[in-house]
Ligand binder design. Structure first.
Ligand code: NOJ
Length: 586
């Protein structure tokens, strides 16, 4: 056959080849964009308290360049995103949660150029950067508040919550408008002698609450959000979001009583109120729908795909959590934190975890839960779940719950190496003001904010200067360098669990089904997807345990990961040592 005769055949074959290539590229692109759009559904998010992660300029305080310096470590761990606790300019009444400029970086943490470099370097490693978004309050040094308090007629007056006192006279300020309490102790109202009114502050006196009934406040925060999107952030963690609104009638809250009917006195010495007029008002949902719509309308630049809203949502029950996702038509948070599982539960109790995880599976309308066991406001895992003898083993159990149940996972710097809560022993050493006020009943949050323990050199490799909080003495043995070198360390356990979450389809996407549901000491469940089944078994007791999961099948599982557990011959006999964990593929 000559070339001319072959031409139609060549043409037809090239056409078919191109069509096939085109459709496979199209499928690939569709898959990629679905993956990018939904990146958060199975995400692993790592919280960094920037003050305590790594100091690079020898002032004893961590900084943004310190985070950049450790991106390879975080990549090795396998995380998808970093949430940085506030690093904006702040007078530091609440260590950064009192923001005086939302569109800049505090000098002690670096510059906007450092931030841009962090985002760019993180992107090279496929790690997204998330910022903290504090919308409930600003610093009392923010220009909006300085304006607001300057006179009753200032245009910013209505940006904050100002009210008259009760029984005020020309010579006396009278009483606060009602009995509402600050989370950090005493009345939530602060008298301002210049304009002779009280302002409301849910947190410290230096953190006046913004007035979210004012549409200008909404616009201001949409602009702040866009500012950070331009700098490449992938989303925000919304601070104290459930306290955005207060009851306009200013009615007193009820007092909380013990079982004998006596009013409970809290650690600050105040009569504890129930928060019903100052938390979870329905307008919070309206604001979040509005913010989410503005966020979704903004084109993502550095990381294509959805911008993520994580909520600091201490919820009383699963129904309250479900509401915070919004609806498909009016979405709110993609990932409001499920605090019920990891922050409200304080002991290893199989029955409690079974109930809470089942609720998260069944009662969130198919939305992924965001499980979180630890953050900068709560004592670390050792203090809440440990027994002082098996702390690392217990942490293997907790991290198994965190990474192998369905949904996204959030953890706190230092968890991966088993850092311990180290509270101050003397009142004069306390840095967190709430710890000074409530000492010794409550020692504040310094104990969970100590510097990251990188190695066994001076100051654990955190800083060459005196660290802002002392480095715990255990850094010589508990540090990242030692754990990276030890294949049996907690660090490698975390790394393997995260890898499993990322690579095993059942662990990534499968349904979460509880097994052996009456077992009081061992929590077992399976993750089931179209491509496979994985069983997970966690011994929550200090005794050896044997469980029979034959109801889930009779094949011999293939071990994926285990600690203090034997390789079982069949599902009918899984043997675990104290706080043992077994994960197997069926
Ligand atoms: C929650 C933050 O996590 C905490 O650290 C802070 O003190 C309060 N919100 C007030 O912003």
């Amino acid at each position: 056959m000559n070339r001319t005769a072959l031409r139609p055949l060549i043409f037809a074959m090239s056409f078919i080849a191109m069509a096939l290539l085109g459709s496979s590229l199209q499928a690939q692109t569709a898959q990629d964009s679905a993956h990018l759009k939904d990146w958060w559904k199975n995400a692993v998010i790592y919280e960094i308290y920037p003050r305590s992660f790594q100091d690079t300029n020898n002032d004893g305080i961590g900084d943004l360049n310190g985070i950049t310096a450790h991106l390879d470590y975080l990549k090795e761990l396998g995380i998808d995103a970093i949430w940085i606790a506030p690093c904006y300019p702040s007078p530091l009444a609440d260590f950064g949660y009192d923001i005086s400029d939302y569109e800049n970086i505090a000098p002690e943490y670096g510059t906007l150029a450092d931030f841009d470099r962090l985002v760019a370097e993180a992107k090279k490693r496929n790690i997204r950067i998330m910022m903290d978004m504090v919308m409930n309050h600003t610093s009392d040094q923010h220009k909006w508040f300085l304006e607001s308090k300057s006179s009753k007629t200032n245009p910013y007056r209505d940006w904050y919550v100002w009210r008259d006192g009760k029984g005020e006279t020309a010579t006396s300020q009278g009483e606060p408008p009602n009995n509402w309490l600050s989370e950090f102790g005493h009345s939530a109202w602060q008298w301002d002698p210049t304009t002779r009114q009280y302002y409301y502050h849910k947190f410290y006196i230096q953190q006046p609450d913004l007035n979210w009934d004012n549409p200008k406040v909404h616009e201001a925060f949409k602009n702040i959000m866009r500012f950070w999107y331009k700098h490449g952030v992938a989303g925000f963690r919304f601070d104290a979001i459930t306290t955005l609104f207060e009851d306009p009638t200013l009615a007193d809250e009820d007092y909380v009583r013990d079982k004998d009917g006596n009013i409970i006195i809290n650690a600050a010495g105040d009569k504890q109120t129930d928060g019903k007029k100052t938390e979870f008002l329905p307008q919070v949902d309206d604001v979040m729908q509005e913010m989410r719509a503005a966020s979704d309308a903004y084109p993502s630049n550095k990381f294509p795909g959805t911008h993520l809203f994580v909520g600091e949502t201490y919820v009383p029950n699963i129904a309250a959590l479900a509401k915070l996702y919004g609806t498909p038509q009016k979405p709110e948070f993609q990932l409001p934190m499920d605090t019920q599982i990891g922050l409200e539960t304080h002991k290893l109790d199989a029955a409690i975890f079974r109930k809470k995880i089942t609720e998260a599976e069944n009662d969130l309308n198919g939305n992924p839960p965001l499980i979180v066991f630890d953050n900068h406001d709560n004592p670390r895992l050792d203090a809440r779940f440990g027994d002082g003898v098996h702390d690392n083993d217990i942490q293997r159990v907790i991290s198994t719950l965190l990474f192998t149940t369905r949904g996204a996972a959030l953890f706190y710097y230092g968890d991966e190496i088993g850092m311990k809560t180290t509270p101050p022993t003397r009142k004069e050493d306390v840095k967190d003001p709430v710890g000074i006020l409530m000492w010794p009943k409550y020692k504040g949050r310094d104990g969970e904010r100590t510097p990251m323990q990188w190695d066994d050199s001076k100051n654990a490799g955190f800083s060459n200067a005196t660290p802002w909080l002392p480095v715990p003495a255990n850094y010589t043995t508990i540090n990242a360098k030692a754990e990276e070198a030890d294949p049996n360390s907690l660090f490698h356990w975390y790394q393997k669990l995260i890898a499993l979450k990322k690579t095993n389809d059942a662990v990534a996407n499968g349904e979460n089904i509880m097994l052996d549901v009456n077992n009081p000491g061992v929590l077992s469940w399976e993750r089931k997807s179209a491509t496979g089944v994985v069983v997970v078994v966690c011994n929550m007791t200090a005794d050896a345990q044997t469980v029979d999961l034959s109801a889930a099948g009779n094949s011999a599982p293939k071990t994926l990961l285990k600690a203090h557990a034997a390789d079982p011959q069949s599902l009918s006999k899984i043997e675990l040592g104290p706080y043992g964990v077994y994960i197997g593929q069926l």
